[in-house]
Design a protein around this ligand. Structure first.
Ligand code: MP5
Length: 220
């Protein structure tokens, strides 16, 4: 074969892999948020990190209820995988608890509107399994990519190493890949209209991610 005569071809990407591109601007606002950059650059005020810890702990508690709801409506093919994701939230909540104790901060603070509104949106998506699953994928994928950015820029350095490790571990990346593969499997037989709705749900979820980072970034 003569390489000079071959047409340039784009690699084939799955539906799930194309979802961030279909809301590219919002996606980069989420995964390259100033909060993410400041975390990587070591310039994040400790008080803002504490607010994020408090709000994310609240978020994860509610996310566990959402995932339990997703499992309740899941087809058999998705149940075991989702259960493993739900089980992983226990050690994660323990991480928040240990951190809060070490830094003498409380975790029983009221959630900020950005946290409540995100959770309410996730709950409302449970009306439709494909929507809820897509929202969950967007939620997990955006944390994988945001914390992968932190790791790319600053490595596994203190004081955030445990958080970077939590959301960039091989197991977590494999879980998010698995979620993507289930999105693809379900999209395979879906109509164009259903896929367009899934793109909208993905983009909307990423907007809530941006709002969540904004809320933790904008506090004093
Ligand atoms: C996640 C999170 C990731 N902890 N917080 C927000 C605001 N978005 C996404 O979820 P998980 O289950 O902690 O990996």
């Amino acid at each position: 074969m003569d390489g000079r005569t071959l047409a340039r071809v784009e690699p084939i990407r799955s539906f799930a892999q194309t979802l961030p591109d279909s809301c590219a601007e919002t996606w980069s606002r989420a995964v390259e948020h100033p909060f993410v950059r400041a975390t990587a650059g070591g310039t994040l005020p400790r008080s803002r990190f504490h607010v994020w810890i408090q709000q994310d702990a609240r978020f994860v508690q509610q996310l566990a209820r959402f995932v339990a709801g997703l499992i309740a409506m899941a087809p058999e093919s998705d149940v075991a995988g989702l259960q493993s994701g739900l089980a992983a939230l226990d050690p994660e909540l323990a991480l928040f608890g240990d951190f809060a104790q070490r830094e003498s901060i409380r975790l029983d603070v009221p959630p900020l509107p950005a946290c409540d509104e995100y959770v309410a949106f996730l709950r409302s998506s449970l009306d439709d399994y494909a929507h809820a699953f897509t929202a969950y994928y967007a939620c997990e994928r955006s944390y994988l990519d945001a914390w992968t950015n932190v790791r790319r820029l600053s490595g596994l350095t203190e004081p955030y190493a445990e958080w970077v490790t939590n959301w960039t571990s091989e197991q977590f990346a494999a879980y998010v890949d698995w979620l993507g593969s289930r999105v693809d499997e379900h999209a395979f037989a879906a109509s164009d209209e259903t896929k367009a709705q899934q793109r909208r749900v993905f983009a909307r979820t990423v907007e809530f991610e941006v709002a969540f980072w904004d809320a933790c970034w904008e506090v004093d």
